[in-house]
Design a protein around this ligand. Structure first.
Ligand code: NAP
Length: 431
C-alpha cells in the first residue's frame, strides 16, 4: 500500500489524486488536505463567477473524491496545524498542490494607497474567498485602472462592467453583486506595458468583452501594428488580435462604461492622498520584445486600481523556495526526498486548468519511480491519531456535500449557489 498526502484541493490536487488512482488502483490511499473547509481551490474562488461552464470541471474532481481510496481533509492548515515533517512520517509522498494564491507585488511608489488591490484579493472578494470578504473596494469613483493584459485582467474588467441582469446564472457572492449594483464606474482602462501583439489574453475570453450590455471595449487604431504582421503570430494570438482590431472600430465616447485598452503604457507610480487618485504612466516602445520607457510620462486618473500581473506561491516553513520565481524550488516536481510539488506551485501561474492534468500524471510517475511499493508507513491512521490529539476539527467530503446543499438552498433565483463567505458559517452548515 502507498500512502499519498496532497496539500491543496484545487485542480492540481485532484488531477494528482486521479492519476494516483489510475496508477495504483486499490493499492493507494490518498488524503487531500485543504486549509478551507470547502474543496476545489481555484475552481471555487478563482474562476470567474460568470464562467459556470468552466467551474463544471469540479464534477470530474467529485468522481475522484468519492472513491473509497481518496479522502478530503478540510479545515487543516499544513505548516500550522500539522508540519510537513510530521506528514512525511505518515505518508510515502507529500505533494504540494497549493497553487499561487498571493499577488505578485507591483513594487511601485504609492502601491499601498487605499483602493489599490491585487487580483488575488479582488477576485477573492467577488468570488467569496473568506480571506477577502471584507475588502470593501470603493466603486463610487469614475475610473478603474486594471494593470496587466492577461485573462485575469479581462475577468476583472468584465465583472466591473456587468449589470445585475448579466450576472443571472452566476455564483457571484451577494456582497459583490450589491456593491457592483451601485457602482459609479464609467471608465475602465486596461493598462499594458507592451503592445497588441504581446497580450496574454485568449480569444474566447477577449471576444466576450464585445458582448456586454453597457461595457464598450475600445482600442486606439494607432496602437495596432500593421495588419500584415498578424500573419506571423501563432493562431490563438492572431484570433485575439482580430478582436482588438474589431474593438478599434468602437468609440469609447458616449459608452455607458468605456473599456479602454491603453497599450505601450508602463505604470511608474500611484498617486493620491491616502487613497489612489491617479497613476503616473510612462509611454514605452518595444525593443527585442521588451517594453522600454520612452521618457514621455502622463497621468491617468484612477479611483480604483486592480493589478493583475501574476501570482506567487506561499512558502511553507522548511520547504526550499525559489524567491525570484515565486514558487517552490524543484526539479521536475521533486523538492526533497518524499516531498513534491505540482501545478502552479511547481511551474508558476500559467496555462489553463486542463494544463494541470498532465502535470498531475507526470508527478505520480515520478513518485511511482521513487516509492516502489511504499515503505509500510501509517498513512491516514497516523494522521488521524495526531488530529485527535491536536483536536483538529476536520471537515470531510461528506460534510462538504452538506455545506454545498445549504449553499444551493440559499441561492438567489437562477443562481447555482450562494456561497458562505465565512469559515465559521461553512462549518456550521455541515450540521
Ligand atoms: P498572465 O497571463 O501572465 O498576464 C499577466 C499580465 O501582467 C501580462 O500582460 C504582463 O505583461 C503583465 N505584467 C506583469 N508584470 C507587470 C508589471 N510589473 N507591470 C505591468 N504589467 C505587468 O497572468 P494572469 O492574467 O494572472 O493569468 C494567470 C493564468 O491564469 C494564465 O495562464 C491565464 O490564461 C489563466 N487564466 C485563464 C482564464 C480563462 O481561461 N478564462 C481566466 C483567468 C486566468 P508582460 O507580458 O509585458 O509581462
Amino acid at each position: 500500500m502507498r500512502h499519498i498526502a496532497i496539500i491543496g484541493s484545487g485542480p492540481a490536487g485532484y488531477y494528482t489524486a486521479e492519476a494516483a488512482l489510475k496508477q495504483w488502483g486499490e493499492d493507494v490511499k490518498v488524503d487531500i488536505f485543504d486549509r478551507l473547509p470547502v474543496p476545489f481551490g481555484l475552481i471555487r474562488t478563482g474562476v470567474a463567477p460568470d464562467h459556470q461552464s468552466i467551474k463544471g470541471v469540479s464534477r470530474r474532481y467529485e468522481q475522484t473524491a468519492l472513491s473509497d481510496n481518496v479522502r478530503f481533509v478540510g479545515n487543516v492548515t499544513i505548516g500550522q496545524d500539522v508540519s510537513i515533517e510530521e506528514l512525511g512520517g505518515f505518508y510515502d509522498a507529500v505533494v504540494l498542490a497549493t497553487g499561487a494564491p498571493r499577488d505578485r507585488p507591483l513594487d511601485l511608489p504609492g502601491d499601498r494607497l487605499g483602493n489599490v488591490f491585487g487580483s488575488a484579493a479582488f477576485v477573492g472578494w467577488y468570488n467569496g474567498h473568506p480571506e477577502f470578504t471584507s475588502l470593501a473596494p470603493d466603486l463610487s469613483g469614475e475610473t478603474a485602472v486594471v494593470i496587466g493584459m492577461g485573462n485575469v485582467a479581462l475577468d476583472v474588467a468584465r465583472i466591473l462592467s456587468k449589470t445585475r441582469d448579466e450576472f443571472a446564472g452566476s455564483d457571484i457572492v451577494a456582497h459583490a453583486l450589491d456593491a457592483l449594483d451601485v457602482s459609479k464606474l464609467r471608465r475602465i482602462v486596461i493598462l499594458g506595458r507592451r503592445g497588441p501583439h504581446q497580450i496574454m489574453m485568449t480569444p474566447k475570453e477577449l471576444g466576450e468583452l464585445g458582448h456586454l450590455s453597457r461595457g464598450t471595449p475600445a482600442v486606439d487604431p494607432q496602437d495596432m501594428p500593421d495588419e500584415a504582421e498578424d500573419a506571423l503570430l501563432e493562431p490563438g494570438l492572431r484570433k485575439s488580435v482580430n478582436h482588438l482590431r474589431a474593438f478599434a472600430h468602437n468609440s469609447a465616447a458616449g459608452a455607458d462604461i468605456a473599456i479602454e485598452f491603453d497599450f505601450f503604457a508602463a505604470p511608474r507610480a500611484l498617486l493620491g492622498n491616502g487613497k489612489v487618485e491617479a497613476i503616473e504612466v510612462e509611454r514605452t516602445r518595444i525593443e527585442d520584445g521588451r517594453a522600454v520607457g520612452t521618457g514621455a510620462f502622463y497621468e491617468l486618473p484612477a479611483s480604483l486600481v486592480v493589478s493583475c500581473i501574476g501570482y506567487r506561491t506561499v512558502p511553507v516553513p522548511g520547504v526550499p523556495f525559489d524567491e525570484r520565481a515565486g514558487r517552490f524550488a524543484n526539479d521536475e516536481g521533486r523538492i526533497l526526498p518524499g516531498l513534491y510539488c505540482v501545478g502552479w506551485a511547481r511551474r508558476g501561474p500559467s496555462g489553463t486548468i486542463g494544463t494541470n492534468r498532465p502535470d498531475g500524471f507526470a508527478i505520480i510517475e515520478q513518485i511511482a519511480a521513487d516509492i516502489g511499493e511504499g515503505a509500510g508507513k501509517a498513512g491516514r491512521a497516523g494522521f488521524d491519531a495526531l488530529a485527535e490529539t491536536r483536536k483538529l476539527d476536520v471537515v470531510t467530503f461528506r460534510d462538504w456535500k452538506r455545506i454545498e446543499e445549504a449553499e444551493s438552498a440559499r441561492a438567489r433565483s437562477g443562481a447555482p449557489r450562494e456561497k458562505f463567505v465565512d469559515v465559521a458559517d461553512m462549518i456550521r452548515a455541515r450540521g
